[in-house]
Design a protein around this ligand. Structure first.
Ligand code: AMP
Ligand code: MG
Length: 270
């Protein structure tokens, strides 16, 4: 486990991403090899906690993953949720909205995928795109996106009151690391499919995206839906960090196996 308090953005504090080191491996003694060796123990713990959540079926967990392109959202999901029962977990990616989605309010498509009792939902991108790409690319006027932080806070508070625990993770990579990962996508044939020329337009807007992230995280990190800024240049550390966040969160939720409906003590199977 890594101490996750170092990643947590206390409500009301102004986030300055230049003060969050993407290459950090703070709180872990050892290097890549040790880090990789430590992961299976954590994913096993997550799997055990998820089993209890599923059996209890009285509360749910929503994990929001956000990052710049190549930030590692897919890899995090693949590694961290390795051990869980697929029956209890829903992963949903939010891409460019469809015509139907655009004809509704921006939370409409999101609300349909929030987790039911006993389940974990993982958002690969989320309603935060509506104050990130939408803001940076000026897809709606400022007066429209600037009102959304308040909607989002209220929406997440409502979910939390109704039984959903929320954790939000920003995978923080450096601009240099992004360059290397894009180069890998170009250079390795089995990664070509992940590369879109449009991604480079977003890279050119790096500073505007960082500013949009700083605002979004600052304005929406709350006690009921905290943001964690996770150093993500080292994939192995990122995996340990996100696993630690999930374990601490699930342990706090403390799901319990339900008691059997009847007294089973004298049941004999013949
Ligand atoms: P990917 O995660 O690589 O599949 O890419 C999804 C794309 O959808 C990204 O370029 C996002 O910026 C874009 N996207 C997600 N949500 C929205 C939104 N609400 N409005 C516009 N673009 C979005
Ligand atoms: Mg992409």
């Amino acid at each position: 486990m890594i101490d996750i308090s170092q990643f947590r953005i206390a409500p009301g504090t102004r986030v300055d991403l230049s003060r969050h080191e993407p290459n950090s491996r703070k709180g872990f003694e050892g290097g890549k090899k040790d880090g990789k060796k430590a992961l299976p123990g954590l994913t096993k713990t997550i799997a055990g906690l998820q089993r209890r959540l599923w059996a209890e079926s009285e509360q749910s967990l929503l994990v929001v993953l956000q990052a710049m392109d190549t930030g590692g959202k897919d890899g995090t999901i693949r590694h961290v949720f390795r051990g869980v029962n697929p029956q209890g977990v829903d992963v949903h990616g939010f891409g460019v909205p469809t015509e139907e989605e655009l004809a509704h309010d921006y939370l409409w498509r999101v609300h349909q995928h929030t987790p039911a009792d006993g389940r974990i939902a993982i958002f690969n991108r989320s309603h935060y795109e509506d104050v990130l790409v939408v803001r940076v690319k000026e897809l709606v006027p400022k007066e429209v996106w600037s009102r959304r932080y308040e909607h989002i806070r209220a929406f997440e508070e409502m979910l939390s009151h109704e039984g959903t625990t929320i954790v939000k993770v920003f995978l923080n990579i450096s601009k240099d690391e992004q360059k290397e990962r894009f180069e890998a996508r170009l250079g390795e044939p089995d990664k070509n499919w992940k590369f879109r020329k449009g991604d480079l337009e977003d890279r050119a807007l790096w500073d505007a995206y960082r500013a949009a992230y700083e605002d979004a995280i600052t304005k929406t990190s709350t006690d009921h839906a905290p943001w964690y800024v996770v150093p993500a240049d080292r994939k192995w550390y990122r995996n340990l960090a996100v696993s630690s966040i999930l374990i601490e969160t699930l342990e706090r939720m403390n799901p319990q196996f339900p008691d059997p409906e009847q007294d089973l003590t004298d049941v004999v199977i013949r």
